[in-house]
Design a protein around this ligand. Sequence first.
Ligand code: NAD
Length: 311
Amino acid sequence: MKQKILVTGGAGFLGSHLCDKLVAQGHDVLCVDNFFTGTKANVAHLMSHPNFELMRHDVTFPLYVEVDEIYNLACPASPIHYQWDPVQTTKTSVHGAINMLGLAKRVKAKILQASTSEVYGDPEVHPQPESYWGKVNPVGIRSCYDEGKRCAETLFFDYWRQHQLEIKVVRIFNTYGPRMHPKDGRVVSNFIVQALKGEDITIFGDGSQTRSFCYVDDLSEAMVRAMSTGSDFTGPVNIGNPREFTMLELAELVLRLTTSKSKIVHKPLPQDDPKQRKPDIRLAKEAFGWEPKVSLEDGLRETITYFKKTI
Ligand SMILES: NC(=O)c1ccc[n+]([C@@H]2O[C@H](COP(=O)([O-])OP(=O)(O)OC[C@H]3O[C@@H](n4cnc5c(N)ncnc54)[C@H](O)[C@@H]3O)[C@@H](O)[C@H]2O)c1
């Protein structure tokens, strides 16, 4: 059935792909963004579509619109961006959640929160199941993001318990793909941009730390499936790709796919950088039959093609 859907942070990397998917499914999509890290270019191809609307708005202020579903993605996601104005980052997560939950309550909309694997901090449990409470530093330089997102989850669950709101909380693990910000310092975009420019590929530490990478199409499919679950399903639910790669393996794959002559160089590890992160996705499989389909090699090819066009 055609729904009126609000996507906050819809002009960002993940948000714009989600808008693509929802518009393609025939829904009416209202994309709200303050363009801090997102761009109009990310949604320019949707502007002439009759089912798509773009609104400049900061979610730390209340919003009054009539919608059936809300995907709350507004929040800078990369350390470079969220540490640039940490107070605003916490406000975006916390005030943004309060405003969007208030809106959902008023119009009786279903609401999904784009939470993050960062709620697990530097985990002592591997892979991380949803039942793990995390090991998070409350006063470090990543805390504005990690604790902001944790508080947003708390608010979602309190609105659910106290006001019977229909909520879905998805914990997103590293995701990559076309429309990533070329300068956001995330490892996939860094390596690709460095390789395409023939610059040194910087690995923090010895490169043995692992990450799992989910392709953006798999991720947006998971968000839509999570939203379509029955009212008894709230999450939190992990979404990500459990296949692990070391930073060294990723760098070597990027070098091969770009046929770049760049050299790999090592730099010291940043503060609070988690050594390992890998989702346990059994719940997503069980609750809405989801698992990632796109291999790292195929996803990287698409991403490299995008960066070749844009940089
Ligand atoms: N990409 C990932 O790997 C990843 C991993 C975990 C969680 N997430 C979460 O997914 C969401 C989207 O991430 P992304 O990778 O697309 O990042 P992004 O920076 O590309 O997108 C975030 C969007 O939110 C907008 N925004 C920021 N503050 C805002 C505010 N106060 N009001 C309105 N809009 C605001 C930005 O302009 C941008 O368009 C974020 O909430 C992020 O925390 C992403």
